[in-house]
Ligand binder design. Structure first.
Ligand code: NAP
Ligand code: ZN
Length: 366
């Protein structure tokens, strides 16, 4: 057996972890840039905890609270300009995947002042200043991945920044997710599940990454039941967060696969939330597999007898009617076939017609 396993983020999980570990901030410098979305961090307690911790260890900070969903390179440039102007030593990303991913990209831009939105791709491997991540959704696992997914308006798509920015610390306190509305809870949970699936059924999967996948499916056996019953207790919040962290640790090793690549145009052109964009394609993607060994193992852990049972769960949780034409499906399919990086993560041969079929059956025949 041969594998590489790398997960350099120090994870602190539990109630009150930010204040309990406030001294860790001292090792990162004397001034922080806090990166958030527009509203939620100020309401769910996460921003207050970070401010209190920084105040108690005498670390100065500036706030950049303009990160939109699916952060654009324009926003990242704006945030990094503020960081550079204030000479910050590190970046704290608080929020869902969008602010955490933006924080990672901003940390790269601050460390490399010659980098901007027009030359970031093709710039080779870059360092970043340290990043701390505080998740407030249970979905992306960005707090434990090296990935930063950004919207590239020039290319009309979302892309991985292509740099390895593992947060130095992840502070995970599920209380910040207690008041997540139903739709964001479902959409982000579906995202976590798709990470587990795409990481598990991945060319790059290993003995080690599969441990996270299988543990994540075990957690989802419980989480699906609670999601279907809309029973969002603190215990559910904890387990779905753990599943999201497992998914993150897994895709940090494997990367994602077809549904993520195919979902990006659905988000960019149709405004579909990231989790739904992957989720709506997942069942048809699973049906394309010729070798079902691992799919059957996954279903067994989930306590499901066949793919039809998983499809019923997805149909109950996801209800999407997209206005999409066959021409658009062909165009998106062409760009996936051109995305060799994503295709090579899929362990079986895949043709243009297969991609068109997944899109069509998922989006036109519902
Ligand atoms: P998000 O885009 O970060 O946030 C979605 C919405 O949820 C925003 O309106 C946000 O409000 C709100 N929100 C966040 N936390 C909340 C809370 N505790 N209570 C109430 N509302 C809250 O959503 P996400 O699904 O977590 O992240 C999606 C992004 O992550 C996509 O860009 C995706 O490509 C990326 N992603 C990254 C990775 C990775 O490995 N790096 C993996 C998967 C996905 P505010 O704007 O006010 O905060
Ligand atoms: Zn995702």
């Amino acid at each position: 057996m041969e594998f590489k396993f790398s997960m350099t983020t120090e994870v602190h999980f539990g109630e009150g972890v930010i204040l309990k570990n406030k001294d860790l901030f001292r090792s990162l410098g004397s001034k922080a840039l806090i990166v958030t979305g527009r509203r939620s961090a100020k309401i769910n307690g996460s921003y207050d905890d970070v401010k209190k911790a920084l105040d108690e260890v005498n670390i100065d900070y500036v706030l950049f609270d303009e990160v939109e969903e699916n952060p654009s390179l324009e926003t990242i440039e704006k945030g990094s300009d503020i960081g550079k102007k204030h000479n910050v030593d590190f970046v704290i990303g608080i929020g869902g995947g969008s602010p955490m991913d933006a924080a990672k990209a901003i940390a790269v831009f601050i460390k490399n002042p010659e980098i901007n939105k027009d030359n970031i791709f093709g710039s080779g491997k870059l360092e970043s200043i340290p990043v701390v991540a505080v998740p407030t959704t249970s979905g992306t696992g960005s707090e434990v991945t090296q990935h930063s997914i950004v919207t590239v308006n020039k290319e009309k798509t979302k892309k991985n920044l292509g740099q390895r920015v593992f947060p130095k610390y992840a502070f995970i306190d599920c209380r910040y997710t207690n008041d997540l509305p139903y739709d964001i809870t479902v959409n982000t949970a579906i995202d976590a599940f798709t990470h587990l699936v795409e990481g598990y059924l991945n060319t790059n999967s290993t003995f080690m990454s599969d441990i996270y996948g299988e543990k994540g499916f075990e957690l989802f056996k419980y989480c699906f039941e609670k999601l279907l019953n809309k029973d969002f207790s603190p215990e559910f919040r904890e387990r779905v967060m753990l599943a999201s962290v497992m998914g993150g640790m897994q895709i940090a090793q494997t990367g994602t696969s077809l549904p993520h690549g195919m979902g990006y145009p659905l988000t960019y052109f149709k405004g579909l939330h990231h989790g739904l964009a992957n989720g709506v394609l997942t069942i048809e993607y699973l049906k394309t597999f010729k070798n079902r060994t691992k799919i059957n193992r996954m279903l067994n852990i989930l306590g499901l007898s066949d793919l039809g049972e998983l499809e019923k769960i997805f149909n109950s949780l996801i209800n999407i009617k997209l206005d999409i034409t066959m021409d658009e499906i062909n165009e998106y399919s062409r760009s996936i076939i051109a995305n060799k990086g994503k295709l090579k993560n899929h362990p079986e041969e895949v043709e243009f017609e297969d991609i068109v079929r997944i899109y069509s059956k998922s989006l036109l025949e519902k």
